[in-house]
Design a protein. Structure first.
Length: 237
């Protein structure tokens, strides 16, 4: 496996509220924080660190999927408790998309609108569902995927880590195979680049570092209105 991660502040924001965990060959997490002042940065960092600490402390578990769920729930508890204790952190939260690789098995946990993609046989498959207003509108046929790209409410989340004392975590597992790529990314990438563009870049016969650098550079060139974080994994024989 080859892998690379990058987080970029973008062209507009004054701080980077994205965080990530990059621990090849097993644990990978992206988190996109929200909240006033530095609260978003605090939330994403606390979320990512909590997940890493939980996985490291509870390895090997009986079930990796359940372990990721528990790690994200613990992150939710810590972020929510801090938001209640500190006025400057009130209302903060974060997205989380996490993947754990156990040989050919990929386990994932997810909350929010960051994404996990599988690139297989020249096709881009979105593994996670966005917990956002525009995703719900798209799913019920109110808007098209093209309209979702520019919808004025595309940043409204319906679920996030740390905004409530309880949390439902999406999770699952699948097998990956030689030739597959995995992409974890925040919406600073997917709001700037179409899935067609992302796929075409990921299909280039290049290293993960070159591909991630290209994704980030093109997202910046397209406007870079948000922080941009991407982790790319390539399964090579």
């Amino acid at each position: 496996m080859l892998a690379f991660a990058q987080s970029d502040i973008g062209m507009v924001r004054k701080t980077n509220e994205d965080s990530y965990v990059f621990l090849p060959p097993h644990l990978f997490v992206v988190a996109d924080g929200m909240g006033g002042h530095v609260a978003g940065e605090i939330a994403s960092n606390l979320g990512a660190n909590t997940i890493q600490e939980y996985i490291e402390k509870n390895s090997p578990p009986v079930d990796w999927e359940q372990s990721l769920q528990a790690a994200i729930v613990q992150a939710n508890t810590r972020i929510y408790q801090m938001s209640q204790a500190k006025s400057e952190c009130q209302g903060m939260g974060t997205t989380v998309t996490a993947a754990y690789l156990d040989n050919e098995e990929i386990y994932w946990g997810h909350v929010g609108d960051s994404r996990l993609y599988l690139i297989r046989e020249n096709k881009l498959h979105q593994i996670t569902n966005d917990h956002s207003l525009v995703w719900e509108l798209m799913q019920n046929g109110s808007i098209t995927s093209e309209e979702a790209q520019t919808h004025p409410h595309r940043n409204i989340l319906t679920r996030a880590v740390g905004t409530s004392d309880t949390l439902a975590v999406d999770s699952g597992k699948f097998l990956w195979q030689p030739g597959d790529n995995l992409l974890l990314c925040t919406d600073g990438l997917t709001n700037m680049l179409s899935e067609e563009t992302i796929l075409n870049i990921c299909l280039q016969p290049s290293s993960p570092q070159t591909i991630v650098n290209t994704l980030v550079a093109q997202a910046r060139q397209a406007g870079g209105y948000d922080n941009i974080t991407a982790i790319l994994l390539q399964y090579r024989d």
